[in-house]
Design a binder for this molecule. Sequence first.
Ligand code: RNT
Ligand code: ZN
Length: 416
Amino acid sequence: MTIKERYEAAKEMYQGAGVDVDAAVEALQRIPISMHCWQGDDVNGFDREGALSGGIQATGNYPGRARNPEELMADMDKALSLIPGKHRINLHASYGIFEDGEWADRDKLEPKHFAKWVEFAKERGIGIDFNPTLFSHPKAENATLSSEDLEIRSFWIDHVKACIRISQYFAEEQGSPCTMNIWIPDGLKDIPADRTAPRARLKDSLDQILSMDYDKSKVYVAVESKVFGIGMESYTVGSHEFYMNYASKNDILCLLDSGHYHPTEAVSDKISSMLLFFDKVALHVTRPVRWDSDHVVLFDDETKEIAKEIVRGGADRVLLALDFFDAGINRLSAWIVGMRNMQKALLNALLLPDERLAKLQEERNFTEQMMVQEEMKLYPIGDVWNYFCEINGVPAKEDWFEEVRSYEKEVLVNRK
Ligand code: RNT
Ligand code: ZN
């Protein structure tokens, strides 16, 4: 049987359960995922030497890490060519491209340092999202936007303002808004004596940043909270309550990272609440294993649950990005598996008889609701997925892997 024939058979089966498969495929086609550049080089960036800081870690030593813009772009290109649909790319400020020995510190970054990325994105007809980089820098050793040192604090305020200008430049060049997400590594290892002062300073820094003149319809500023980090086990300045309140009072967005909450708290359960009070919500989908370990996104229960909430809440209201960095496996494969899994989870959500299920819940018919939810799990989603890959001109099933294997042999192993 061909992929198309299998698709037709699957369609019939889904139809029996009241699901419109063609509509699901069309909907999936319209959901972009922002692919994070930092999986390609273990969050190194191009603006300085030195280790990754801020309490995040890329572990592993798989050969072939991208060492410069050319390599990173080539790797992203290769990965995107094996992921169905049109997506976006997500850059960090530390990925500026300097020419002819020129260099600018983070507070002095300008749109021109990202012109090469705009060229890259335009040629491929994709959008760019952005993130200020408030880690892996000598001025980020203690604290950034919450620092007690005024000079340090102004440096980072200037950095984020520079990033808003760069984000607006992206938005104008690509003709679609740019999501700009702020995450800071500020926090304390042990029990604080004063929890308020650093938060008051962070609040003031954000106020100063947002008082600048920028086009809110072009730059969606988001703030990302975190419950702890390595070396910040006892207290983070940018906690969930801090940012949720800040975002709602100042009309910016909250970003929920699925690795940033207590292990028994699920981001999938937060999305509906956020969407009742905010027009949009931003996400970093990742996979925490015991801690915020940023493992590759799998087609697992929580990813499926997050996808259901995206589909139910309206995918156009969710700014969807991934956030993981695995240096222990082929980095392109990490991207491709993660991106394709996010898409499979979305497809899984789109292939549910949602109205019927909601009605059963409304009627408190939990017996039938559970039965349908469980039976749907074995419907032939794979046949629909393979068809989606085929119509997008990318390899179905595991057929993409051969390309990654030869890319590794021809390109990656030569990077010493
Ligand atoms: C860190 C945050 C943040 C980073 C990236 C590199 O815990 O999740 O989003 O992972 O910005
Ligand atoms: Zn994140």
